[in-house]
Design a protein around this ligand. Structure first.
Ligand code: GTP
Ligand code: MG
Length: 149
């Protein structure tokens, strides 16, 4: 089954939006398979965002992501990668549709409260980066027959 890495960024934690954000993925019908509050070391932030290393905003991005604890999550489900990106909304919250997390809860790209993997391959890569094997939990959700025919 497809998996994605979702992370509530330090602004989401500081603003008390953790429950609100988790509940959106839960209510949609995806399955949580990993969850932790974590102070991200600089090296991990740089590895996670390595594709953006050449960008002028890269140092600011690393400062932002390491500025306080983040909530790391692994979510599983059919089409979860693309669906989570839709639930999250556009990178710039001012362009994000109302009803999306960024559209409802944020105003600036540099404070856009949540991360979501952009492909199934990156989902796997990022879950491997942020979680140890033993921190992930495979479990049977009893509600599944009511979500998937
Ligand atoms: P993520 O889910 O966090 O990966 O966001 P994204 O996929 O919507 O955007 P992208 O991967 O292109 O950029 C990663 C993150 O870098 C964004 O979510 C922002 O937090 C930050 N970022 C991107 N562009 C800018 C920018 O122009 N200025 C600043 N300050 N931050 C930026
Ligand atoms: Mg991205």
């Amino acid at each position: 089954v497809e998996q994605t890495y979702i992370m509530i960024k330090p602004d989401g934690v500081q603003r008390g939006l953790v429950g609100e954000i988790i509940s959106r993925f839960e209510r949609k019908g995806f399955k949580l398979t990993g969850l932790k509050l974590f102070q991200c070391p600089k090296e991990l932030a740089e590895e996670h965002y390595k594709d953006l290393k050449s960008k002028l905003f890269f140092p600011k991005l690393i400062d932002y992501i390491t500025s306080g604890p983040v909530v790391c999550m692994a979510w599983e489900g059919i089409g979860v990668v693309a669906s989570a990106r839709k639930l999250i909304g556009a990178t710039n919250p001012l362009n994000a549709e109302p009803g999306t997390i960024r559209g409802d809860l944020a105003v600036q790209t540099g404070r856009n409260v949540v991360h979501g993997s952009d492909s199934p391959d990156n989902g796997k890569r990022e879950i491997g980066l942020w979680f140890e094997e033993g921190e992930l939990c495979a479990w049977a959700a009893v509600r599944e027959p009511w979500l998937i025919e």
